[in-house]
Design a protein around this ligand. Sequence first.
Ligand SMILES: C[S@@+](CC[C@H](N)C(=O)[O-])C[C@H]1O[C@@H](n2cnc3c(N)ncnc32)[C@H](O)[C@@H]1O
Length: 329
Amino acid sequence: MGEEGLAEISTRYLRFADTEARSRSPLYEELARAVAGDRETLGFLSTLPDVKRQPNLLLAVVRHLFGTPTGWTEFRQALLAHPELVRSLMLERSTQTNEPGRCATLLPVLARLPQPLALLEVGTSAGLCLMPDLYSYDYGRTVLRTPVTASEPPVFRCSASETTPLPTAPPHVVWRAGLDLSPIDVSNPSHVAWLETLVWPEQTARLANLRAALMIAATVKPRVVKGDLRGSDLVRLCSEAPKDATLVVFHTAVLDYVSDPAEREAFAEQVMRLSPYWVSNEFPRVFPSIATRAGKSWPPGRFLLSVNGSPVAWTDPHGASLEWIADEA
Ligand SMILES: C[S@@+](CC[C@H](N)C(=O)[O-])C[C@H]1O[C@@H](n2cnc3c(N)ncnc32)[C@H](O)[C@@H]1O
């Protein structure tokens, strides 16, 4: 790979440091910035397929193999001493971060739809976002507690802008199913260990909430089907939803993995044919035609939440905040 290719990888790591890790993980910000300026590490990344060069994947794999480093020097030493080990785990695994905290940003939308709901999540990972009715939420001015379940539910804190129509009751979910290329099995300790490593180092509250959600999933066992969101797997799963519930097909942090814009558009068209509600929570670049309707400037590092192609809110990628825009957009 030439200079231009290395510069492209470097830019990707700098963007991650600036817009994703900054103020959320000082260690990941430091590491991503250092990778961006280190020729040897960029050279290592250049030997991997493009989809495997993601900052989140490299950082998680090195932590998974060698533990959380104290800083760049330790990280670099571990990586450059064992490049083949790192390479093979990067090729084997993918970033399947399952962040149930994202339910806090989905809830205001889900609670306003005609109840009861049949939830179908594409790119569901372990299915933790399929259980928004089983978690508790603290929006500051409103706290929503779920009925007592076998295990203590996680409490997701989310600061919501004033105009956000905060729910007063959880949605009534009568059916839930997820689709994923590579489902995560919550009863498999090695799958769970990988999910836990995908939580960023300093985010101990996030990790505790993930563990609490995993406990609920171990009991509820949300159904996760192996399949591709592009094509007939989705058609089949939609047809299984009960007809007397409102079908909602949703996804968060998934469509970026479908690199061809035409395939993303085809997916959107298919969902609109299959389901009365399509809820998308993705970086705005994923569906630029929706994002342009949300205004000219896109807040950096935010997901855009939309319903049936209409912008509804800017959201924190891990669910920590929500800025309602539906009434202005
Ligand atoms: C970053 S995870 C997000 C998981 C979950 N939606 C959340 O927000 O916590 C992305 C997931 O999408 C899945 N995925 C990527 N491309 C897919 C496709 N074409 N069809 C189905 N699942 C896909 C991956 O396997 C992964 O589990």
